[in-house]
Design a protein around this ligand. Structure first.
Ligand SMILES: N[C@@H](CCC(=O)N[C@@H](CS)C(=O)NCC(=O)O)C(=O)O
Length: 215
């Protein structure tokens, strides 16, 4: 049986979404981002840095969402251009770009949601990361203008943004990103995306938008 070690709304949503696109049954094992859960020896045996996700599949355990997504596409032969194909380089670029953006989103999540008391937050860092996030969103906006998906058809590169697409517009307003907004809506309308949300839980966020604090 395939088991996904999962936190709702986290990077494991990428994997759950792709498994749904592939039509592969999966059991979820839920963990918590707060407390000692992810630092336990039990979880560190699955994911050595204590990070979500990890996937038990085909008699092995895989950590790192990018590695999991690549394994699934290669072992199932779907949702990725093969090495040497025309769009292979673009595929690899966007697959990894998702993690560049996710690292910024993670820093903003920590500052806006997890760090307490508020005085523990660094407002200059929050401002810097919000600007860095907007740069990554502009890159997506430029690329997606005139396109439906990141490649000429839906691919696992789109799924790699499964954590990001619920998060981006919580920190940077939608104005000025029409193509990006349309791609997010298109992704969220996919039946497999919706099944993943239904099974795995929707979101880390209690608010639609998180304003930058003044100081
Ligand atoms: N590059 C890793 C990053 C994994 C990661 O940082 N996951 C977050 C959840 S989205 C996590 O486990 N955070 C817990 C922590 O940082 O302690 C991947 O893509 O799998």
């Amino acid at each position: 049986m395939t088991i996904l070690h999962h936190v709702p709304g986290s990077r494991s949503h990428r994997v759950l979404w792709l498994l749904e696109e592939l039509g592969e049954p999966v059991d979820l094992r839920l963990w918590s981002l707060t407390g000692a859960d992810l630092r336990s020896p039990e979880f560190r045996a699955l994911s050595p840095a204590g990070r979500i996700p990890a996937l038990e599949i085909d008699g092995q355990v895989i950590f790192e969402s990018g590695a999991i997504v690549q394994y699934l596409t290669e072992s199932r032969g779907r949702f990725a251009p093969a090495p040497g194909a025309a769009e292979r380089l673009a595929y690899l670029e966007w697959l990894n770009f998702a993690e560049t953006q996710a690292n910024i989103l993670q820093a903003l999540n920590i500052h806006h949601i997890f760090l307490r008391p508020d005085a523990a937050r660094s407002v200059p860092l929050m401002k810097l990361d919000t600007k860095r996030l907007a740069v990554t969103m502009q890159a997506l906006e430029t690329h997606l203008t005139g396109r439906e998906w990141l490649l000429s058809e839906f691919s696992a590169a789109d799924c790699m943004f499964g954590f990001n697409i619920d998060a981006m517009f919580r920190f940077v307003p939608r104005d000025g990103f029409p193509a990006l907004g349309a791609w997010v809506a298109r992704a969220q309308a996919r039946p497999a995306y919706q099944r993943a949300v239904e099974k795995g839980g929707a979101s880390l966020y209690a608010q639609d938008f998180y304003e930058l604090p003044d100081a």
